[in-house]
Write a protein that binds this ligand. Structure first.
Ligand code: NI
Length: 150
């Protein structure tokens, strides 16, 4: 495993629409392992592949020691709303209020290509939405209504 370099702020790679993952091979497994390691070192809750310079539809999330990897994720349903402060490993030190659905149901594949359904509320719902946005070239600052003063 290795720590990968984070792409920051106005890096053009963060604005690209990522490509579908078609090969579930060792290269993908290494990418996911490296993403987990990079996210853990930076003490993040989620990380999307473009944040480490890879324009592929893959994200990792870790909440309360539960590790989730989502390849080619698709949000199927959302409900409710939550308002809370959000940050992003590509924007160190920046936090702001973002409205997100309070519940999300999504479909994704694991590293072997197997499809699964995931449901999340609260922080998990927020993380799934934030990371899926990255795969379409969107970052949270586009949705911040109010920045948190340091
Ligand atoms: Ni982010």
């Amino acid at each position: 495993m290795a720590i990968r370099q984070l792409r920051l702020r106005d890096d053009e790679i963060l604005k690209k629409r990522c490509k579908e993952v078609k090969k579930f091979d060792d290269k993908l497994a290494i990418l996911l392992d490296d993403m987990f390691e990079t996210m853990e070192k930076a003490e993040g809750v989620g990380l999307a592949a473009p944040q480490v310079g890879i324009i592929k539809r893959a994200v990792v999330i870790e909440i309360e020691d539960e590790k989730i990897e989502m390849i080619n994720p698709e949000i199927l349903e959302t409900s409710g709303t939550q308002n809370g402060n959000e940050g992003c490993l590509s924007f160190p030190g920046l936090f702001g209020e973002v409205e997100r659905p309070n519940y999300v149901k999504a479909k994704a594949q694991d590293r072997t290509g197997k499809t699964f359904i995931i449901e999340g509320e609260g922080l998990l719902a927020r993380a799934i939405c934030h990371e899926c946005d990255h795969l379409d070239g969107h970052v949270f600052t586009e949705k911040v209504t109010k920045y948190l003063e340091n």
